[in-house]
Design a protein around this ligand. Structure first.
Ligand SMILES: *[C@@H]1O[C@H](CO)[C@@H](O)[C@H](O)[C@H]1NC(C)=O
Ligand SMILES: *[C@@H]1O[C@H](CO)[C@@H](O)[C@H](O)[C@H]1NC(C)=O
Ligand SMILES: *[C@@H]1O[C@H](CO)[C@@H](O)[C@H](O)[C@H]1NC(C)=O
Length: 257
């Protein structure tokens, strides 16, 4: 490991890989009865369809998990988070009981392996002109999401704020990694060292580690393809704040100090 990069490790401290320093807010609703979970713990519920519930996301949040039950109609979920995340087809959803306890972990736990779950399907966005109208308090670009299955009464959806939490479980001896909840859907632009196609975030991390002038990287966390883009940068967001911008589907990582 070179000296420039001595501080980029994988994080061993539980729940630190996707921490936020400021409080985030999630506004959610569901077509049915809503239950909301953060890092595996039930956080709130709302039995009234079409009423937005507001939840605070405390530091340490890695996974948002939402359940929607509706015994008469197909359940759907809609929501937005104050860092710009919205419900869209990058969420994962299932309605199958057999998908819930894979690896003996609960579906809402950060360590749960949701790789068998399908990407959500989307109905329409939260706008006045659409058939369900505009639900107040939720951003216009949020989409009503569910699974493709018909005739189900329970819908379970997850949004991992970073795919590090799963990697960390596998690579926990490797130390520490730096991405905050605010770095999800962000990237540092115009500072390229090199670009790669990789299989997971660990491979991107290792590429950066192997380049003494690599100070941060952008990783394409949301991809339906087996390869993801890995962009090494010659600066950090602190050194070049103007080029640190919102970029859906990418997470920005940098060394610890
Ligand atoms: C959540 O709802 C409140 C009240 O309507 C609103 O002020 C806030 O901007 C909303 N936040 C998000 C992330 O949509
Ligand atoms: C939400 O409320 C609006 C206004 O009352 C209504 O038009 C719309 O159909 C409702 N949407 C759902 C999903 O119930
Ligand atoms: C859903 O249920 C209805 C009524 O029981 C049935 O006719 C239909 O074939 C079902 N659809 C699917 C996809 O299972």
């Amino acid at each position: 490991m070179n000296s420039n990069f001595g501080l980029l490790f994988l994080l061993i401290v539980p729940f630190s890989s996707a921490e936020t320093t400021k409080q985030l807010e999630a506004n959610l609703t569901c077509y049915g009865e809503l239950s909301f979970f953060l890092n595996g713990k039930q956080f709130g519920r709302n039995d009234q369809t079409n009423i937005t519930s507001t939840y605070s996301l405390k530091p340490g949040t890695e996974v948002l998990a939402v359940r929607c039950r509706n015994y008469r109609h197909k359940p759907w979920i809609l929501g937005s988070v104050s860092n710009g995340l919205v419900t869209d087809t990058r969420w994962k959803c299932t309605s199958l009981q057999e998908h819930l306890k894979k690896n003996n972990l609960f579906w809402r736990n950060p360590y749960f392996d949701d790789s068998q779950w399908a990407q959500a399907i989307a109905k329409f966005s939260n706008q006045e002109a659409n058939p369900w109208g505009k639900v107040l308090g939720i951003r216009d670009e949020a989409l009503w999401i569910s699974t493709a299955d018909e005739n189900h009464t329970r819908l379970f959806c997850r949004r991992r704020l970073s795919d590090l939490s799963l990697k960390r479980a596998k690579d926990s001896l490797m130390g520490m990694f730096q991405a905050t909840i605010d770095d999800v859907d962000h990237a540092l632009l115009h500072r390229p060292r090199s670009q790669h196609e990789v299989g997971d975030v660990m491979q991107c991390f290792k590429k950066c580690q192997g380049d003494s002038q690599c100070h941060s990287f952008n990783f394409e966390h949301d991809s339906v393809l087996p390869t993801r883009k890995c962009e090494l940068n010659d600066a950090t967001k602190g050194q070049d704040p103007v080029n640190y911008v919102r970029r859906p589907g990418y997470t920005y990582y940098e060394n610890a100090e």
